[in-house]
Design a binder for this molecule. Structure first.
Ligand SMILES: [Zn+2]
Length: 270
């Protein structure tokens, strides 16, 4: 089975993880820029990090036969220092133009305050202007009202919804997300997000169209094998191989191929 892991913070993971992911069928990894546990105090720290996920991780991944792409953006946890924010957004074009960058992201909400909204909107419009896909993080604090506000903003701005992936949905946000024409991300992550069982319950209830599963493995207690484990759960529940393939390969493939940089050996079929 061919698998895309469309959200993994590999800069926080080891070579053993790459090896295990490859052995489990993961052929493609997409790494969004995110918060590394402490706030970066300088724009240059963001740029060095963008450089790392753009150029170094693809080399590590290739050692295990994995194709590695990245998303470049300013995440909501690092939106409050206006001087740094301005410098990063003004300077990020160099990495957005890079040959391995396939999206703007991850952008979104944490506290869902006015400052985050402004930075979110700036980057959404930047992606629209550049016709790039967008990976959106949803808050872990009061998720539903935060997603309501996000959906309202996306709708009002009139940006291209087919290029947007709203990630980390729960049972209580999936209908809001599917109410737009965006892709819906389900993150299988120990304790704070979904289990494979809960993710498959959602896929069972709403069908596999526009559903994209990821593990979002990072420096926390997380699992780089979440996507293959969810595929196993789908198989146990009697989903056809075609439906499983749609969720773990075709859907993320179709979302990210909207970037010209997303060139995959073998295309959308198994
Ligand atoms: Zn993430």
């Amino acid at each position: 089975m061919r698998i895309i892991e469309p959200h993994a913070h590999m800069a926080s993971r080891t070579h053993q993880d790459y090896a295990a992911m490859a052995a489990a069928g993961i052929e493609v990894v997409i790494e969004p820029a995110f918060w590394q546990g402490t706030n970066k105090k300088h724009a240059g720290s963001h740029f060095d990090y963008f450089e790392h996920i753009s150029n170094f991780e693809p080399i590590r991944a290739a050692e295990y036969g994995i194709q590695h792409f990245c998303c470049i953006g300013l995440n909501p946890k690092e939106c409050q220092d206006k001087a740094v924010v301005d410098e990063v957004i003004e300077g990020m074009a160099r990495w957005l133009d890079g040959p391995t960058c396939v999206a703007v992201g991850e952008i979104g909400f944490d506290q869902t305050d006015k400052v985050e909204e402004e930075v979110f909107i700036r980057q959404l419009l930047l992606a629209e202007e550049r016709k790039m896909p967008v990976l959106i993080h949803t808050s872990h604090i009061d998720k539903r009202p935060s997603v309501e506000r996000m959906v309202q903003i996306i709708d009002e701005l009139g940006v291209t919804q087919q290029r947007i992936l709203i990630d980390h949905n729960f049972e209580d946000t999936i209908e809001l997300t599917l109410g737009l024409e965006v892709w819906a991300g389900l993150t299988v992550y120990p304790w704070t997000k979904l289990t494979p069982e809960r993710a498959v319950n959602i896929i069972e209830q709403y069908g596999p169209d526009r559903m994209i599963v990821n593990g979002a493995p990072d420096w926390g207690y997380s699992d780089p094998l979440s996507v293959p484990k969810t595929a196993v759960e789908m198989r146990k529940r009697g989903f056809s191989p075609q439906k499983i393939h749609q969720v773990v390969w075709e859907n993320p493939y179709n979302m990210f191929r909207q970037s010209d940089n997303f060139r995959i050996e073998g295309g959308p079929r198994a």
